[in-house]
Write a protein that binds this ligand. Sequence first.
Ligand code: UFG
Length: 337
Amino acid sequence: MKILLTGGAGYIGSHTAVELSSMGYDVVIADNFSNSNPIVLEKLEKITGKCFPLYKIDVADKAALRRVFEENEIEAVIHFAGYKAVGESVKVPLSYYRSNIDTTLSLIEIMEEFGCKNLVFSSSATVYGKRASLPYSEEMETGPCTNPYGWTKLFIEQIITDYAKANPDFSAVILRYFNPVGAHKSGLIGEDPNGIPNNLVPYISRVAVGNLPYLNVFGNDYPTADGTGVRDYIHVTDLAKGHVAAIDFAAKNSGTEIFNLGTGNGISVLEMVKAYEKACGHEIPYRIAPRREGDIAFCFANAKKAFEILGWKTEFSVDEMCRDSWNWQSKNPDGYK
Ligand code: UFG
């Protein structure tokens, strides 16, 4: 079965390419490298022994995307491509709405042209907004989102759901990611954000490798055990395996199904700092800073549905997430550059 990964050279896309390939799927990658690096393709070849067909295109460009479908018999698509920086989305909302939504519409229209009926979409726990009741379960109400990036995820979920309803033989799986961290065990691929990282673990790893002086801990006055924010961190390889399970499910079903991909465990910022110190073998300097706007105290998944229906569950511990993140960062102190 041939699967197109839009944004397949990115952090989650590249790890998913590895897992799909190891399960015998053929992978085709479409990426415009706006937030990824072409060298990833060489790394993927080293890990898998396979050279994946690559299309350097903007997925919103229908003519370019059509060529991918003409040249390959694509049976399913995993749609990763999209802008993903929360803070940036607040500053340039139109470009987030234009890009993320256009890309999805073009993709589904081309899938329809070619009779491709299986879609897996990268959504996010951010669609739960600031819900008070935890853990977050798929049947809970969504929104309001706290930023335009989150709204694009929620709008796209709705577009996909409506399309699947109107086309009963279409099969869509929406995956709501919690906080993906870590890297492939080879240390060849990992997370390489542009500029100064916004997310916790990439920031800690830059401090650990000596590229940044200290971590700012955004708030220690939350109603959590140690006062710092609690999140559900998930190893990117576990997350990637969730996509393999979702593809298997999509191929055998129709309609739309939504799954959380998380561990179900909440870890605080300071607990993560401790775990990372263990992994890298030295102290991570940090300072307590004011709360970051838009942050919530707790966010973690009810991960039951994915286990019961997809038979998927996470395997990696927080220590293993930090070990693999450090393995990648210490071998690649400047990322892919
Ligand atoms: N944090 C710090 N210092 C930093 C960065 C983060 O203390 O330098 C704290 C945050 O305040 C928060 C925790 O670390 O308590 C996690 O923050 P991240 O930025 O790593 O992740 P978020 O949970 O804020 O956001 C992530 C993704 C979003 C996604 C969301 C879903 O970045 O894309 O999870 O819940 F929408």
